[in-house]
Ligand binder design. Structure first.
Ligand SMILES: Nc1ncnc2c1ncn2[C@@H]1O[C@H](COP(=O)(O)OP(=O)(O)OP(=O)(O)O)[C@@H](O)[C@H]1O
Length: 460
């Protein structure tokens, strides 16, 4: 009886196994091949839908004649990607060459992978129209060659596509606390006021001018501003641009691709390049009107006085921020950054405060000293010692404005003394020594410990 009951169950399980085998066979032989095509289309569709490309363009030349190091490094790297399976290559050999030169062919592509991110490289080369009217002897490449590196936008941070995000923040930038507060408030007010700008019929944009000597933190402040607002920075070295056309192209090609952009444009003095004032004004004004999102432009210069007032007027440069030499307040921030002496006041601070009041030293110079040791004591002593040995002063003598710098750290213990070249006759070397010796006497004690070897004249 028991056996009779089990027979239908065994048959049923056999049938199920048989049906499964038939199903698998059918899937393998008929259904999967039939589904493959629609599945591929679906896969492609979703991939394309989800894939937002980010392209890094790496040109061979920066400006007109300076080679781009990133291009050379990319070319070297991609040489290693040439394999027996590479389908196209450009081969050449001149009469003088003994071996073949292998190069990339136009539009040649390479697939690549970086930390799990799918990459595509593309090489492009195009002939440039040579301007026969040009009389300049400067080197001008006949081919424009560049690589494009494409990856999904979502991997931008990993790929370092956001060049702007340096670690500087408002907390780490050494500047006067009130000025820092004013800049922060101004930025926050600006980003909150989209409707306000619309209601008064103005483009939603703000311009800042950062001016001051090299190494006072202008670039650091730009990074801090971008990090605070989570904006992308587009860095533009105006001295590298040769024509207004190049500037216009930048606005047209890149300007609007970056949402929430902070454009940092360095050195708008227009000295030594062919950009014109109207080109620069069109650029700043055009940048706003061509793009809908909020825009911030920060110009940086070491010489505000050399800028045209038209560029400085409110509406173009709304806020002018003077970045100056290191004050005691700034020093405390740097000491906190580098030595973590944020809460406590080190016994050497008082002496350093009085030395900072007497000398001009940039935050970059202070930071360099503080980096020399992780030990607060050692770094602060180095700081104090350096302040005693490097001193810069400005002075006036027989109606001439003078700058002098005493550097007892350099091997020769030299003393630099400079004045405008127009006063060359009055300031000749023979008369500068007695003048300086007299000034030494009037100086603080630290200056006296330096033995004067040379009086080096520099024209500026
Ligand atoms: N105010 C500052 N606060 C914090 N760090 C600073 C400051 N100024 C300079 N530094 C340090 O010195 C380095 C150089 O400074 P930075 O490039 O910001 O100066 P800069 O004023 O932009 O100079 P340049 O006019 O030559 O472009 C920075 O990387 C930073 O480490």
């Amino acid at each position: 009886m028991d056996i009779l009951e089990k027979i239908p169950a065994a048959c049923a399980s056999n049938v199920v196994v048989y049906l499964m085998l038939v199903w698998c066979k059918a899937m393998d032989c008929y259904l999967l091949p039939m589904l493959r095509f629609p599945l591929l289309i679906l896969h492609d569709f979703f991939k394309r839908w989800l894939f937002k490309p980010m392209t890094l363009q790496i040109e061979e030349y920066h400006g007109t004649s300076t080679r781009n190091k990133v291009y050379d490094a990319s070319a070297l790297y991609l040489q290693s990607k040439i394999s027996p399976s590479t389908q196209i290559l450009k081969i050449s050999q001149t009469w003088r060459e003994t071996s073949l030169t292998v190069n990339f062919a136009n539009n040649q592509e390479f697939d690549d992978m970086y930390e799990g991110v799918q990459l595509k490289w593309k090489f492009s080369s195009m002939s440039k129209r040579s301007s026969s009217s040009s009389t300049s002897s400067a080197f001008k490449p006949e081919q424009k060659q560049y690589f494009e590196l494409v990856f999904d936008l979502q991997h931008k941070e990993k790929m370092g596509g956001n060049q702007s995000r340096t670690p500087a923040t408002f907390q780490t930038v050494a500047m006067e606390p009130e000025l820092k507060e004013t800049v922060l408030e101004d930025l926050d007010r600006f980003v909150k006021r989209k409707e306000f700008y619309q209601s008064v019929g103005r483009a939603w944009k703000r311009g800042y001018l950062l001016y001051g000597p090299p190494g006072t933190g202008k670039s650091s402040l730009i990074a801090a501003m971008a990090n605070h607002l989570k904006f992308d920075v587009y860095d533009l070295q105006l001295t590298h641009l040769k024509t207004d056309m190049e500037l216009r192209k930048i606005v047209a090609s890149r300007g609007c691709k970056i949402e929430k952009m902070l454009m940092a444009a360095a050195k708008p003095e227009l000295e030594g390049n062919q950009l014109t004032l109207s080109g620069l004004l069109n650029f700043t004004d055009g940048l706003w009107s061509s793009c809908g999102e909020e825009r911030i432009v920060v110009f940086t210069t070491n010489h505000k006085s050399k800028l045209d007032p038209a560029l400085l007027r409110s509406g173009r440069m709304d806020m002018h921020i003077h970045m100056s030499y290191c004050t005691y307040e700034g020093f405390k921030i740097l000491a906190c950054n580098y030595l973590r002496t944020c809460e406590q006041k080190h016994p050497l601070f008082e002496e350093i405060e009085s030395l900072l009041n007497k000398t001009k030293v940039t935050p970059a110079q202070v930071a360099e000293q503080l980096m020399k040791s992780e030990e607060a004591e050692v770094a602060l002593q180095a700081q104090q010692a350096k302040r005693q040995f490097i001193q810069q002063f400005e002075d006036k003598h027989v109606g001439i404005e003078l700058k002098w710098k005493l550097n007892a750290l350099s091997k020769k213990k030299e003393f630099e003394f400079s004045f405008d070249v127009g006063h060359k006759d009055k300031g000749e070397q023979s008369s500068c020594l007695p003048y300086l010796m007299e000034r030494f006497k009037a100086m603080n004690e630290e200056a006296k410990i330096v033995k004067l070897h040379t009086c080096k004249l520099r024209w500026f």
